[in-house]
Design a protein around this ligand. Structure first.
Ligand code: AMP
Length: 578
């Protein structure tokens, strides 16, 4: 993670070689990484209280320092954000704060960001790019990247705060590295950093069309943004064609800096306008839209696992035959793993952990679920067992020590000495009334099963979320759906019953049978409701590129419940267990 290494010209073979060396020595590298973290930060107020007394070995660390969650560290992080320059969590002062998406809590939360996290982001991108480019080489083309910056602001103590994506993408060093990987983006910076998401999206699409023959990759941080972009394209394509024909940007774009930047790209091009018009008019239900619009695209790229899986069907529809490549696994707290098998379909993607970017521990999960968390100590990176599920506990260079990331992963195998993880779900996104426990994955499968009843009516579930209504007696699950059109009551009743039957967890089924959990409710919300949720998230300082629809809305998240409830148009109660 030395700066000099990052600055060297990009050499894919060398990057792969370095990765092989690191992963072959994963155990030793982990010990060295922890030692380095503790040497740099052992004198901090936080670590001093645990009595390490200068010791940097794994055993002492595990014996002295407790496993914590974000709530435990929040007071320390807040003091840093408020301007405390003493070594609170890190030896070197923290100058930047990242905002995690806070999907679970409903509002972004603060995490410390520093140069070390930047280098690990670059190492991750370079490694996965090297593997990806070996299988899917790209030439001198461009990337159509649906990326949006978040609002940046200063904390009370004057620290810069923005999303990790913005902190990384806005960094000069990072830009240099990306340039070395020769993937210029279609859109000018004014579009990427524009203040209005809708206007930026419109211009991203326009830039893509202007450079349509050069586009080799279509990407975003999370796959949701790509689906969202092409759903919007269905609505605005005629306006885009007019702009291209006349060489004048639509009046819907009002931000002066964006208008100026776009005026440098946009020239009247009736021939291009005719081509796009005829392609869009001839497509059946927009199948294969992406390769039609951008004929030289080699692949589509973005995080496609976890809460992004429900968008895969739509993405495949737009992508036609193009390969879908899932991006890497990380969080605002730090990167975790790299997709080194880019040919795997998203459902099979695993992430190889980079052993030098942090110190990783894994809490065995099964025992946790039956309440034995305290009795079970976490295992180290090289001690995990294939087939087992764990929660990740993370120690990084930016002041997080034995921090529960909140993600559940399954070990699928090893790359040399480092495990390959499959992302399973967020740990605390659980539907739970009493002895039942359904994760976001269970919910996703139930929605997929019930959604099959919509196929004949040529309808689809555009987005969904859930809520455990414990204020009712008996408590019950409420599932919210936004649909692509209107379905009959009969179909929706079938969907509702099917949802109820599709939660196969024994606790749920047995509780339903004795009515300890009441009938599942399916509530249909009007079109645009999930867009309002996204707007709400952006209003709280989140970035669109980082947005993940919360699949389970907790009782504390009253503003989301309010948005959902005020948009319900129909509601059904399951008769499945009657
Ligand atoms: P944020 O804190 O907003 O950066 O979001 C980080 C969270 O996004 C992680 O903790 C995961 O829950 C999720 N995430 C990130 N990368 C992936 C991935 N490749 N697959 C599935 N979920 C991911």
């Amino acid at each position: 993670m030395m700066v000099e290494n990052i600055e060297k010209k990009f050499d894919a073979e060398q990057v792969i070689e370095d990765f092989e060396v690191l992963t072959k020595n994963a155990g030793r590298i982990q010990e060295e990484t922890l030692k380095k973290i503790l040497e740099e930060n052992g004198g901090t107020e936080y670590l001093k209280q645990w009595g390490l007394n200068g010791r940097t070995d794994v055993e002492t660390f595990k014996a002295c320092v407790p496993i914590v969650s974000h709530d435990d560290l929040e007071p320390y992080i807040q003091r840093i954000a408020d301007g405390d320059l003493s070594p609170v969590l890190t030896g070197k002062p923290i100058e930047t704060i990242s905002l995690s998406s806070g999907t679970t809590q409903g509002k972004p939360k603060f995490v410390p960001f520093n140069d070390e996290l930047m280098y690990s982001a670059m190492q991750t991108f370079k490694t996965s790019f090297a593997f990806r480019n070996r299988e899917f080489p790209i030439g001198n083309g461009k990337a159509l990247q649906f990326i949006y910056s978040s609002k940046q602001f200063k904390t009370k103590g004057g620290l810069a705060a923005g999303t990790a994506t913005t902190n990384v993408f806005g960094n000069a060093q990072f830009k240099k590295t990306m340039k070395a990987m020769s993937i210029p983006v279609c859109s000018p910076d004014e579009v990427i950093f524009g203040p209005d998401f809708q206007q930026s999206l419109y211009c991203h699409l326009l830039c893509g069309l202007i450079f349509r023959n050069e586009v080799e990759v279509v990407l975003s941080t999370f796959a949701h943004s790509i689906v969202h972009a092409f759903r919007s394209f269905e609505q605005v394509w005629e306006a885009l064609v007019v702009d291209i024909r006349e060489g004048v940007l639509s009046s819907r774009v009002t931000v002066p800096s964006i208008r100026l930047a776009m005026s440098k790209l946009l020239k009247p091009d009736p021939e291009l306008a005719d081509t796009i018009y005829s392609k869009c008019s001839s497509l059946s239900n927009w199948y294969g839209l992406i390769p039609e619009l951008f004929p030289n695209t080699k692949y589509i790229y973005g995080v496609m696992t976890g809460s992004m899986e429900p968008y895969l069907k739509k993405l495949r529809h737009y992508a036609g035959e193009l390969p879908l490549l899932s991006a890497d696994y990380g969080s605002s707290e730090g990167w975790v793993g790299v997709n080194v098998n880019p040919k795997f379909p998203p459902e099979m993607v695993t992430y190889a952990v980079l052993p030098n970017i942090g110190y990783f521990e894994f809490l065995p999960l099964e025992e946790n679920l039956i309440g034995m968390e305290q009795a079970n100590s976490p295992v180290g990176l090289t001690e995990v067992k294939v087939g087992e599920e764990y929660e990740i506990v993370f120690t990084n260079f930016a002041g997080l020590y034995r921090y529960k990331l909140g993600d559940v992963v399954k070990i699928k195998g090893f790359h040399n000495g480092t495990p390959e993880l499959q992302f399973v779900c967020r740990r605390n996104l659980l539907l739970c009334i009493n002895i039942d426990k359904n994760t976001e994955k269970d919910l996703q499968l139930a929605v997929e099963a019930a959604g099959k009843h919509l196929v004949d009516a040529k309808l689809e579930v555009m987005d969904f979320t859930s809520h455990a209504n414990v204020s009712a007696d008996p408590g019950h699950y409420v599932i919210f759906w936004e649909l692509s059109g209107e379905a009959t009551d009969e179909i929706l009743q079938e969907c509702c019953n099917c949802l109820d039957k599709s939660f196969l967890d024994a606790g749920y089924v047995s509780s339903r049978k004795v009515n300890a959990i009441g009938a599942l409710e399916l509530r249909i919300v009007q079109r645009g409701t999930f867009h309002k949720i996204l707007d709400h998230f952006v209003g709280l300082g989140g970035a669109v590129s980082q947005f993940k629809t919360p699949r389970c809305v907790g009782p504390k998240n009253s503003s989301l419940i309010q948005i959902l409830s005020s948009n319900v148009v129909k509601s059904y109660s399951s008769t499945a267990f009657c």
